[in-house]
Design a protein around this ligand. Structure first.
Ligand code: GUN
Length: 282
């Protein structure tokens, strides 16, 4: 058997297309959605993501501005910038690209962002709302993963869902989103005893650990939906996921490619959150 590909680029394209009328009417009402992206230092991966976010804002008619700060910027200066962005009515979304340099306390920065402009969904207020089922900005990558699962037509209710990875950005919120759709959720991590045994229970598996090729075909139930959040460079400098694509493709029912799977969805969800913020839907 060979797994069907889930085309993240196509799904993201449809999400973005569906935002266009709303952006046009907000703009006509003098309320063009606006996103501020803050980038600190010269992390090459962060630079690629930020460029892509800006470009796609432009394509959709979302106002965007970039604030590039040197690696040596102080925490105080960064907090002041966020404060200024919080005050500006033209800015509906503030995104501080992570990771930040080690001398800056990431959590303190996240908590400075007005929760009403936290289009990343990282502020504890939004995390808490997500936890108890209140309307909140959903973190972009896990929200994008949910759209990709929907695309397969596989229902989540009652299914065994295994999330590999427990980060605040993906693993933990992913578990909550799957639970909200009535999945039976297991979150695995570096101390999970027999990863293969747990993964083989999964009808739906989300891999988000950042280890190239960790998930192999032998660790899967035949026909499973496999969503690969990983973005790793292999020894040849090629972008690869957490999933060993050749072996998994033989066993899974559906699989997301890397690139072209989760990545485009993350940005589409960010744009959606920015539009929702401008429309004051959250
Ligand atoms: N770094 C990696 N993923 C993300 C993300 O979704 N948002 C931000 N702000 N930084 C990231």
């Amino acid at each position: 058997m060979s797994a069907a590909l889930i085309d993240g680029k196509a799904v993201a394209g449809r999400v973005k297309e569906s935002l266009k009328t709303q952006i046009a009417s907000l703009t006509a009402a003098n309320n063009q959605p606006g996103l501020a992206v803050v980038i600190v230092g010269n992390n090459p991966a962060s630079r690629v993501y930020v460029n892509s976010k800006k470009k796609q804002c432009g394509e959709l008619g979302i106002y965007s501005e970039e604030h590039t700060l040197p690696e040596t910027v102080s925490e105080t200066e960064l907090l002041q910038l966020i404060d200024a962005l919080n005050q500006r009515p033209q800015i509906h979304g503030i995104l501080v690209q992570l990771p930040l340099p080690r001398h800056i306390n990431e959590q303190q920065i996240i908590e400075k962002i007005d929760p009403a402009k936290d289009v990343d969904g990282f502020h504890p207020v939004n995390v808490g709302k997500l936890m108890v089922g209140l309307p909140a900005f959903l973190p972009c990558t896990p929200a994008g993963v949910m759209e990709l699962i929907k695309e397969t037509g596989v229902t989540i209710a009652g299914k065994e869902c295994v999330v590999v990875g427990r980060s605040n950005i993906v693993g933990k919120p992913q578990g909550i989103l799957l639970l909200r759709e009535h999945g039976t959720v297991t979150i695995c991590h570096s101390r999970t005893k027999d990863l293969g045994e747990v993964c083989r229970r999964a009808d739906i598996l989300v891999a988000a650990v950042g280890r190239a090729g960790l998930i192999t075909g032998a660790m899967l139930k035949p026909g499973a939906v496999v969503i690969d959040v990983g973005m790793n460079r292999n020894q040849h400098g090629k972008l690869v996921g957490d999933v060993d694509f050749p072996s998994v493709q033989q066993v899974a029912g559906w699989i997301t490619p890397v690139p072209g799977g989760v990545g485009p969805m993350t940005i589409a969800m960010l744009l959606q959150n920015t539009v929702q913020s401008a429309a004051q839907l959250i």
